[in-house]
Design a binder for this molecule. Structure first.
Ligand code: AMP
Ligand code: MN
Ligand code: MN
Length: 322
């Protein structure tokens, strides 16, 4: 950690970036780190390739996050909440040219890319690691930094319900509240209201649920047609998989998401993202890794190009062993 801090302090232009299709941890960690580096009078650029989901647009300084970068000007890149470098998206080859890459993450499948790593797979969120780093940097945590850290921990632990919820989650969040965070205000932004389209999408998603013959696996499917029909976007699926996971006797839930920009190579083949969640009895990070993806032992994902029916049968086959 001290080596990383020394490099940050000696650098002139720092790129801070997090994974595409960001969640609350990717954005909260990104902003907290950016604001802490401001306090050290460092020149920083905050990058995420995707649009900011509406529920996270309340975060402080969120408008500083840019979607395009010219990597030539950076002497160091700090990658947050990325299990592998490719998770950043299109900028991956440009980022590889940056002389020093720092990898700060909590995914069990982290590939240990980069020149320096700060990886703690027992951390509840990358925001937990960022909180420790900011303290070590000697930067006082103001309300804006506290709001960003709190949001990262709140969302990555599913409001303190998921298996990654640890003592630090409560300890840090209490500390952030003491520093001025208003839990009700953040909860209202993150979980407050749904568009009518999202409720209609929920209806289609629930209707799509299929169960394996042994009852141990559930599959929810979201096609591009469903998004078009309900006038919704991929950011609207947050949390939907939990309905499939909470079905009695289900050990693993899979959500198959047809990719918006998936290039159709043939009439039927398409690009799909598969999210996996478990009640804790199966290691879904291992399953996701076997398909070239990754994640945590109870929440993981991977991408696959195939037909929808083939993707379903591949996933249903997994359940036969359980
Ligand atoms: P998701 O199902 O996309 O919400 O992802 C669940 C967890 O798995 C998150 O922590 C992701 O960062 C991780 N994950 C999802 N897809 C991939 C992938 N293709 N490669 C590595 N990690 C992934
Ligand atoms: Mn994340
Ligand atoms: Mn995370």
């Amino acid at each position: 950690m001290d080596q990383i801090i020394r490099h940050l302090k000696n650098s002139t232009h720092i790129l801070v970036a997090s994974h595409a299709k960001p969640d609350g941890d990717a954005l909260g960690s990104l902003i907290a780190m950016g604001l802490a580096l401001d306090a050290l009078n460092k020149k920083t650029t905050l990058y995420n390739e995707s649009p900011i989901p509406a529920v996270y647009r309340f975060l402080p300084s969120v408008n500083r996050i840019v979607r395009h970068i010219n990597c030539a000007s950076f002497d160091i890149a700090v990658m947050l909440d990325c299990g592998n470098l490719e998770r950043i998206g299109k900028a991956v080859s440009a980022v590889r040219q940056i002389p020093v890459i720092v990898n700060i993450d909590h995914h069990i499948t982290n590939t240990r890319f980069g020149h320096f790593q700060l990886i703690d797979t027992s951390a509840c969120a990358t925001a937990e690691i960022i909180c420790r780093l900011i303290k070590q940097m000697g930067v006082p945590i103001d309300k804006a930094i506290a709001t960003s850290i709190y949001t990262g921990i709140l969302t990555d632990t599913g409001s303190f319900r998921f298996s990654n919820t640890n003592r630090a989650a409560f300890a840090i969040c209490q500390e952030m509240v003491e520093l001025g965070v208003d839990p009700f205000s953040i909860a209202r932004h993150v979980y407050g209201t749904y568009s009518l389209g999202r409720i209609k999408l929920l209806n289609l998603a629930l209707d799509s649920i299929e169960i394996s013959s042994n009852g141990k696996l559930s599959i929810m499917t979201l096609t591009q047609d469903m998004f078009d029909e309900t006038n919704t976007q991929h950011e609207d699926i947050d949390g939907l998989i939990n309905y499939a996971r909470r079905i009695e006797d289900v050990k693993v839930a899979a959500l198959i998401l047809e990719q918006q920009n998936g290039k159709r190579k043939s009439k039927d083949s398409n690009q799909f993202h598969v999210s996996l969640r478990t009640n804790g009895s199966v290691d879904v990070a291992a399953i996701a890794s076997s398909f070239g993806g990754g994640g945590h032992s109870s929440a993981a994902g991977f991408s696959i190009e195939s037909t929808l029916s083939d993707v379903k049968s591949i996933i249903f086959n997994l359940a036969e062993k359980w």
